[in-house]
Each structure stands twice: as C-alpha cells, then as structure tokens.
Design a protein around this ligand. Structure first.
Ligand code: EPU
Length: 428
C-alpha cells in the first residue's frame, strides 16, 4: 500500500489536460452489455473503477480490449452470470450492472454496491423503476436478485432526483416493450452522455438532460463508437487548485458550461477566470473573499466539489458556510483539515470555515475520493510536508494525479507505507 507525499508551497502553473468523465465511464462500460456486437468507448480515464468494471465484464463472458484509453467490448458471448460478491463490492457504480443485465437477459444477481462512505446511499429509486418495468426484485443475503418474464415500458416518477436511478432505469428500459417515461429525472451531463451512447447503439431516447426522459423500447441494440465527455469534477478540482495554489493554470479539454456554478462562485471570491470553448484559464485572487455554497442537483453546485472547495475556503477572508443538501454527512475531510490548522466546525449539514489560515503540512487520511482531492489541494498550499493515506480512494477517480500535478510544478510523490503505518491502518 502506498501514501502520497506532498511538499507544499510550490506555485503551480502550466497546462493540465482533463481525462474522460469517471461518472460517465462507470455507466458507459456496463451499457455495452446491451449490444449484440462490439462497442468502442474512446477516451476513458485511467482509474481503478474502470479496471474493476473491465474485470466484471470479463467475468460474465465479455471480451474486452483496453489500450490507450480506448475500450472495445464484444458483448456477444456474455451470459447472466450471478455476481453476488467480489469485485462488485468495490465500487458504487456496479449497480449499473443491474439495469444493463436486466435489460439484456431479463435477470441478474448483483451484490449490493460499495463505493465512498458518504452516509446512507439507498437504491430504492432504482428498485422502484425496475419493478415498474415488470421485474421482481429481492434482497437475498446482501445480493439483489432481479427477474422478469418480460420488461414492459412504464411511467416512473422518481421521488428523489437521482443520477444513478435515472441512468439505471434508462439501461433497463431501452430494450423493454413499449414506452417508458422517467419523470423528475436527473439532468447531469453524464446522463446525456449515456443516452448518446445508447442512441448510437440504436436506442430511442428523447429528453435526456431535462427532467422528463422518454424511451421507446427496441428489440436489439448494435455496436458503435463513442467518445466520452471530459470529467467536469476533475476539471473543477484543478480549477479550485488553480485558485488555491496556482500562478496561472490552463485547464484543457473541458466543457465550461458544465462548471457554471463553480465558475460563478470562484468569480464571486475574486478569482480570475477566462473561459474559452474547451479550455479555462484560472489565476488566484489578490485577496480571496469568503462565500457560502449549497450543493444541489445539476446545474447547481456539485456535491462532488464541495470537499475540494472547503480546502480553498480556508484561505478566504471571513466566514464561509458550506451546506451539502445531497449528502449531509460528507464532511469526513473536516477533521483532517483541522489537523492541518484549518478553523472549521461542522453544524448539521453545514461546515463553517473561518479564514484566512496558513495551512500546515500534517499526516492525514483520505476517507473517500473527494476528501482525498480536498487533502491534496490543502497539502499543495500548506507549509511543509503533508502525507495522505487512503490513496486507494483517490486512485478510483483521478487519472494520473501525481504526473499531472508534477507537470504543473508540484512536488508530490508516492511512497510505500511503513510496517507501523500498515499496522495502524489495519487497527483503524
Ligand atoms: N437517493 C435515494 N434513493 C435512491 C438513490 C439516491 O434516496 O434510490 C439519494 C441519495 O442518498 C442522495 C441523492 O439521492 O442523497 C442523490 O444520489 P444519486 O443517486 O444522484 O447519487 P449516485 O448516483 O449514487 C452519483 C455519483 C456521485 C455523486 C452523486 C450526486 C456516480 C457513480 N456517482 O452518485 O459521485 O456524488 O451522483 O451527484 O455517478 C463521486 O464522484 O465522488 C461521487 C460520489
């Protein structure tokens, strides 16, 4: 096991290229199950979630070729193999195997998903959708059993706006008989990306990106080529980093419209931002003003950037409040930032940050993916050395993080954990 070592205080400048979107990738890869001939996805990020999904497709008989960020999946020999344990437990998005396998085979057995611990993360809306389409869904010893004689289109109103449920219902419905309408659907760009792939495979989908999605089921889907969208959360992380510790960073391969809420907040703080067609230039404010943020569903401020943004706010003048309305317990990074000298307290769903504070390097632990990003940003602007454990979480979602940061002038490297640190991790 490794940890991340960061020598803080080096100003970052230059260009960083954004990889394909993790939260698209983890749905696009399972979506290939629905085709009857090879599907190629171009521009996938080099992250462990993608590798795990590749392994899962191979377990069910898929032939997968993955080289230089492009993956070709031949789904023709896949079977509905039960996946109650093992790799499915390693990532949240393994729930997309439910929708995709149900859509193709009308049955699936999938272990309850793992992923980041952000408080309760139910999948009741996914199940509500599958049942509305005619499937029986049972939970047997920690695995979800889905069975249907046939899937029939239905009108489904989501009680909670959910990215995962919207995509999962789309996956199950594209090969159902008749029309499905998903109301109160999520509108994230990743949903449009998945709908675009499915449409290229022959599906009939209208309205992806709005809160009503209409799907006309088809009997068969075929192979195609698809290029993934850039990762707005990775791009947002580098934007925040550019504001926190940059001397002028150009973010390349980004869709600025996907980041409007973040850009507006950064400008409110006094950060300089110039947005082009597929690039954004960011340089820090002379004096950074405190602001309040509240996470909301897209196009509101993304919960996935709340943690990195908190690290930035430690350097702002005044009191800021961060409220997470999506995951009220997504605050495990706060104790770690406090170890680095931050002045933050948590009250209910909000964190209250007083600044500006000069952060100090410390030994800290990433409890989840975006907490990891928050600690890396804090470490890069802190005085002295910061050691971040829990690197496996960061590797789930940030492609070539160390290489990209060193390319911007950071001093950051990976080191093996010592025996004592391994012991401490086991006992924690
Ligand atoms: N929810 C329910 N019931 C459901 C589904 C969701 O109550 O059946 C609740 C959740 O507990 C949460 C809210 O609805 O409070 C939104 O959850 P959503 O389903 O939208 O989240 P998700 O699909 O599980 C995706 C991303 C997350 C991101 C959220 C919100 C993937 C693989 N994950 O999760 O990304 O935080 O949407 O935008 O796409 C990350 O990248 O670090 C990450 C955690």
């Amino acid at each position: 096991m490794e940890k991340l070592m960061i020598a803080g205080g080096y100003p970052l400048k230059g260009t960083v290229r954004i990889s394909g979107a993790k939260n698209s990738a983890v749905a696009l890869i399972p979506a290939t199950i629905l085709a009857d001939s090879p599907v190629t996805i171009e521009g996938l990020p080099d992250i462990s979630d993608v590798q795990i999904l590749k392994g899962l497709l191979e377990e069910i008989g898929g032939s997968v070729d993955f080289a230089e960020n492009d993956m070709t999946v031949d789904p023709s020999s896949m079977i509905s193999m039960p996946l109650p344990n093992g790799k499915v437990k390693k990532l949240r998005a393994s729930y997309y195997l439910m929708g995709a396998m149900l859509g193709r085979f009308k049955k699936a057995v999938i272990g309850l998903p793992g992923g980041c611990h952000l408080g309760p993360r139910p999948i009741d809306q996914h199940i509500k959708g599958f049942e509305a389409l005619g499937a029986s869904v049972t939970n047997e010893q920690g695995a979800i059993y889905l069975r249907a004689d046939e899937l029939k289109g239905a009108r489904i109103y989501l009680d909670v706006v959910s990215v995962g449920a919207t995509i999962n219902i789309m996956l199950a419905a594209v090969r159902a008989k008749g029309k499905t309408i998903i109301e109160n659907a999520a509108k994230e760009p990743e949903i449009i990306d998945v709908a675009t792939l499915l449409t290229n495979m022959g599906a009939k989908i209208k309205g992806a990106g709005t809160d009503v999605i209409r799907i006309e089921g088809v009997d068969q889907l075929h192979g195609c080529r698809h290029t993934i969208i850039p990762d707005r959360i990775e791009a947002g992380t580098y934007l925040i980093l550019g504001a926190a510790a940059g001397e002028g960073i150009l973010i390349d391969n980004v869709i600025p419209q996907h980041l409007e809420s973040l850009i507006a907040k950064l400008r409110e703080m006094g950060v300089n931002i110039e947005a082009g067609d597929d690039q954004i230039f960011v340089s820090p404010a002379e004096r950074m003003k405190a602001v309040d943020i509240k996470t909301l569903v897209y196009p509101g401020f993304p919960t996935d950037l709340q943690q990195p943004f908190t690290s930035l706010l430690t350097g702002a003048e005044g009191t800021s409040m961060v409220t997470d309305t999506i995951y009220g317990a997504r605050f495990k990074h706060i104790d770690e930032l406090r170890r680095m000298n931050a002045n933050i307290k948590v009250e209910g769903r909000s964190a209250i940050i007083n600044g500006p504070i000069r952060l100090q390097g410390a030994k800290v632990k990433a409890s989840d993916l975006r907490a990891g990003a928050a600690l890396v940003i804090a470490g890069l602007k802190a005085e002295g050395i910061t050691e971040v454990t829990g690197l496996e979480h960061i590797d789930r979602g940030y492609s070539h993080l160390v290489e990209k940061l060193n390319g911007l002038g950071a001093t950051i490297w990976r080191e093996n954990l010592t025996k004592e640190e391994m012991e401490q991790m086991k006992n924690a």
